[in-house]
Write a protein that binds this ligand. Structure first.
Ligand code: ADP
Ligand code: ADP
Ligand code: MG
Length: 489
């Protein structure tokens, strides 16, 4: 490539590996960074170069100045921020540019705009994109807030203006709970995002979360890469993502593609972005937020379109034009992504970092795995519990669900609890199989899944123990045999 010869990846975990793979195929050098807690991380071994950032294991990935200084020192010309960490930090993006680096992502002004959910809603409303009824200025006065909620009508949802990752949200069903929950949302927003600004929105009942992947070059060419259904969530965080949505009307789908592309065009948006919408029971759709980065669930889109999103991001940042028109993008089949989290389904999904003692990965047709998990690897306790993703593809919906069952049954991770047993239940659920689900799917089903999850975990343990004891028996037999043979000699 013309400008980009060496990319520093300002991230860790599975997304670092994903970016390294894209760099290798583009034949540009990849540079990994890692904290003291991540010395054993597999991305450290796979990158062309890797640098330790000592000190606090979280700050290692958040200290933008230090990362940029390193990039300059080692002669990198671009920085890919991945997701989380510095990816949505407009100051970091600007600082990369000011220091002569190419920031692989959107313009800082767009990162700043969409980082503020209230400002984003305001702009979308002006452009004519439907948004959910609610406030568009920060509220600090409790009585005023209460009046607004009454006007909107309960239930309402309080959301952190600068929030993400499902945090800083509270649903309020009735006025009595208002003060308590409003304060809880504000405190959580302060704690996680360093800014306590919150806004009020009408709470949409039983919506589907549908998002549109957009990709745009520097010359104003914009295409969508289809939709994803991310309705299977726990605590407002995505657990499973699907492309395309198995139940979305043709009209809504077409509308969402059209308004998303138009909005991005109007704003002069560049690189990748995702417009997130809620679609209600009557097929009304509303913009909720825009993510100005690569998303965790980008692989499902890559699989159904055949387009490598990370390579495109780097090429666009390098000044490359989109090489395809909208009409040239062919969508094929269905893909489902299962987030594989180190968390304990029997203990309210509490994070469960630790040593992986057994790792048997699925494979075969239509199976992709992006992960840092492997045998004898210890998942450090400092980071997000998502360790990787299983992505399954098939030509039709029925096929992809069946293949997912097979792949999830093949996936054995021992030593630490994971959410794989939860996924196994979901793909066996009749509503899931019928494509009949909204964002409250897991809220209503988790309890009924719990007994089976428990049985599943116990039977996997028992069969592994049995295997272990068989292995031990044959080892003892082999040793006895060897001793006998020695005696015979
Ligand atoms: P996506 O939006 O890509 O589907 P998530 O919302 O789960 O996925 O966010 C991706 C990652 O970034 C997660 O690890 C999440 O914890 C983290 N994340 C998202 N938003 C923020 C934020 N504002 N601050 C810190 N971490 C965030
Ligand atoms: P985040 O930045 O944490 O990803 P989002 O605004 O994208 O936050 O919302 C995450 C999820 O929270 C949505 O997918 C949806 O399930 C729920 N949610 C957000 N706003 C509303 C709303 N107004 N009504 C109902 N559910 C909502
Ligand atoms: Mg979101």
């Amino acid at each position: 490539m013309k400008n980009i010869k060496k990319v520093l990846i300002a991230n860790r975990g599975e997304i670092s590996i994903r970016i390294i793979r894209a760099c290798k195929e583009l034949e540009v050098k990849s540079v990994a960074i890692y904290s003291e807690a991540d010395v054993e991380g597999v991305w450290v071994k796979k990158a062309d170069e890797a640098y330790l950032l000592d000190g606090d294991p979280i700050q290692a990935y958040l200290n933008g100045d230090r990362i940029i200084a390193l990039a300059k020192e080692i002669g990198a010309d671009a920085i890919h921020p991945g997701y989380g960490f510095l990816s949505e930090n407009a100051d970091f993006a600007q600082s990369c540019i000011d220091n002569g680096m190419i920031f692989v992502g959107p313009k800082p002004e767009h990162i700043a705009l969409f980082g503020d959910k209230m400002a984003a809603k305001k702009v979308m409303k002006e452009i004519g994109v439907p948004v959910i009824e609610g406030t568009d200025t920060p509220i600090s006065d409790l009585n005023e807030a209460k009046n607004i909620a009454a006007q909107i009508g309960y239930p309402v949802i309080i959301k952190a203006a600068f929030g993400g990752g499902g945090r800083g949200m509270r649903i309020i069903e009735e006025e009595d709970k208002f003060i308590e929950l409003f304060e809880a949302a504000t405190n959580e927003a302060k704690k996680f995002f360093g800014n306590g600004e919150v806004f009020i929105e009408k709470y949409i009942k039983n919506p589907r979360h549908i998002e549109i992947q957009i990709i745009a070059d520097k010359e104003g060419n914009i295409v969508h890469l289809g939709d994803r259904d991310c309705s299977i969530q726990r605590k407002h965080q995505k657990v499973i993502e699907i492309s395309p949505s198995p139940r979305l009307s043709k009209t809504v789908r077409k509308d969402l593609y059209r308004v998303s592309k138009r909005a991005m065009f109007r704003l002069g948006y560049e690189n990748v972005g995702t417009m997130e919408f809620l679609v209600d029971e009557k097929d009304n759709y509303y913009f909720i937020e825009m993510n100005t980065r690569v998303q965790v669930e980008h692989p499902v889109t890559e699989i159904v379109t055949g387009i490598d999103i990370i390579q495109r991001m780097i090429k666009i940042a390098n000044g490359g034009k989109l090489i395809f028109l909208q009409e040239e993008i062919n969508f094929k089949g269905y893909a489902i992504e299962f987030r594989i989290n180190a968390e304990d389904p029997l203990n309210n999904f509490a994070p469960s970092p630790g040593l992986i003692t057994t790792y048997l990965s699925p494979g075969g047709p239509g199976v992709r795995i992006d992960t840092i998990a492997r045998k004898d690897y210890t998942i450090p306790p400092y980071y997000d519990s998502m360790t990787g993703k299983l992505i399954v593809w098939a030509l039709d919906w029925t096929g992809v669900v069946k293949r997912s069952k097979r792949a999830l049954d093949e996936y054995i991770i021992e030593g630490i609890p994971t959410n794989i047993p939860l996924h196994r239940e979901i793909v066996r659920d009749i509503d899931f199989i019928n494509g009949n689900f909204t964002t409250n799917f897991l809220d209503t089903k988790l309890e009924s899944f719990s007994e089976n999850i428990k049985e599943n975990i116990e039977s996997q343990k028992a069969s592994l123990e049995e295997k272990q004891s068989e292995d031990n028996d044959s080892l003892v037999a082999a040793i006895i045999g060897a001793i006998k043979e020695m005696k015979n000699c």
